[in-house]
Design a protein around this ligand. Structure first.
Ligand SMILES: [Zn+2]
Length: 411
């Protein structure tokens, strides 16, 4: 073995500490008393080990642009307009530098797998793609990065966009998304995205049903196409803030429909809290717009949490911490039961891994040694206390280390 993480509290069997042996980038054994000549040994002191964090919905290409946009109204329309203006000036070099900065922050927070959503349209052309594509190889030592290409400014209303989507898929994007709610023909966009997904055999990950009311929801159409094309387990929808205006019975019906079709949900708490509830004439009883994922989980929908936007007009915040997203979601959605708190942790680890169909992911012998060590003893307490990441490993190689804070008491 090359590395032994001794005295580790393995997620799922946290009662007793054990050892994790790693060889050739994979988990070789999980049992007490492991020893091997020449192996590096790191004593974790009983701390929690989990497979790395998985971020399925983050925009590297338009991250870190707060210095060039305004955010006065703070609504979706302004964010799209401001981002479009900024995009017109993007160069591959500029995108590459900002995306790398955001990617490094994610790695430092323990993220080992990522799907980044990336925009193409006649305004930005393929410049963002050209900026982000090299990062897949450059950061492969720390993170598996996948690109989901999508039209943020509409597809059927924006001539030239379709050709750019096709070219992006030919250049290696592994997923395709959309934002039907900004299209002149939302259902038409959904149909065309499915058509392209099937042609290039890639997964589908929409921005869907973003808005302040439950009018005109399109999730049912996505479920219909998913079933028709036997795409269950390969389709995700993000935001779905309209669902927060549904009655409890309406929300349950949506959950059952999505569970039956095999459509997953990604909740983006930071963006939804920032963009929703705008346009009100008062400052009280504002809409929060964060879908209570637990309600859907209980119906069997695979749900996950993700950062979405980092330091741009859609979300002027962002430390790329999936732990913080789990804590923020739990706080906003009033999660208190320990079992539900544990699900918050799963929604930034195992659940998004399932959404991305990561076969090598997990904490078991034979799986890729993509691990994080948290200064905690259980996932529910890690969410409650926002426990820091002390180590990250990618394919068995240490990529991040951080010292726990120390109190300097008076003598
Ligand atoms: Zn997004």
């Amino acid at each position: 073995m090359d590395l032994i993480l001794s005295n580790a509290r393995v997620i799922g069997a946290e009662e007793d500490a054990t050892d994790i042996g790693i060889a050739g980038g994979r988990i070789a054994a999980i049992e007490r008393g492991l020893a091997a000549d020449g192996a590096e040994i790191i004593d974790l002191g009983g701390r929690l080990v989990s497979p790395g964090f998985v971020e399925t919905h983050i925009h590297l290409d338009k991250s870190c642009i707060l210095d060039r946009v305004k955010s006065e109204k703070g609504d979706l329309e302004e964010a799209i307009t401001e981002a479009a203006k900024a995009k017109a000036t993007f160069t591959p070099e500029d995108v590459h530098a900002r995306a790398a900065r955001t990617l490094e922050k994610s790695i430092l927070q323990g993220t080992t797998h990522m799907r980044t959503h990336l925009e193409v349209d006649p305004g930005v052309g393929l410049r963002s793609l050209e900026g982000v594509l090299p990062l897949l190889k450059q950061y492969a030592w720390a993170i598996d990065l996948q690109i989901c290409v999508f039209p943020q400014e509409g597809l059927l209303n924006n001539p030239g966009t379709d050709e750019l989507l096709v070219e992006s898929l030919k250049r290696g994007c592994k997923a395709i998304g959309g934002a039907p709610y900004v299209d002149s023909d939302p259902v038409g966009q959904i149909d065309r995205i499915f058509e392209l997904a099937r042609k290039y055999d890639v997964d589908v990950d929409f921005h869907l049903d973003f808005g302040p009311t439950a009018d005109g929801m399109t999730y049912d159409h996505v479920c219909r196409r998913t079933e028709q094309y036997q795409y269950g387990g390969r389709v995700a929808v993000g935001h779905v803030t309209k669902a927060t205006s549904l009655s409890p019975a309406g929300c349950d019906a949506m959950a059952q429909r999505m569970a039956d079709a095999g459509v997953a949900l990604t909740v983006l708490p930071s963006t939804d809290l920032y963009l929703m509830g705008r346009g009100h004439t008062h400052d009280y009883n504002l809409t929060r717009g964060v879908v209570p994922a637990h309600r859907l989980l209980h119906h069997g929908v695979n749900c996950s949490l993700s950062s979405n936007n980092i330091l741009n007009p859609f979300t002027p915040f962002g430390d790329c911490s999936q732990m913080r997203m789990a804590n923020l979601y739990a706080n906003v959605c009033q999660v208190g039961k320990q079992a539900d708190m544990r699900e918050c942790f799963a929604m930034v680890t195992q659940r998004p891994a399932k959404m991305m169909r990561l076969a090598e992911y997990g904490l078991a012998a034979g799986k890729s040694a993509d691990l994080v060590v948290l200064d905690s003893q259980s996932p529910e307490m890690a969410v409650a206390e926002l426990s820091p990441v002390l180590y990250a490993f990618k394919r068995g190689r240490k990529t991040v280390s951080r010292q726990p804070a120390v109190l300097h008491r008076p003598q």
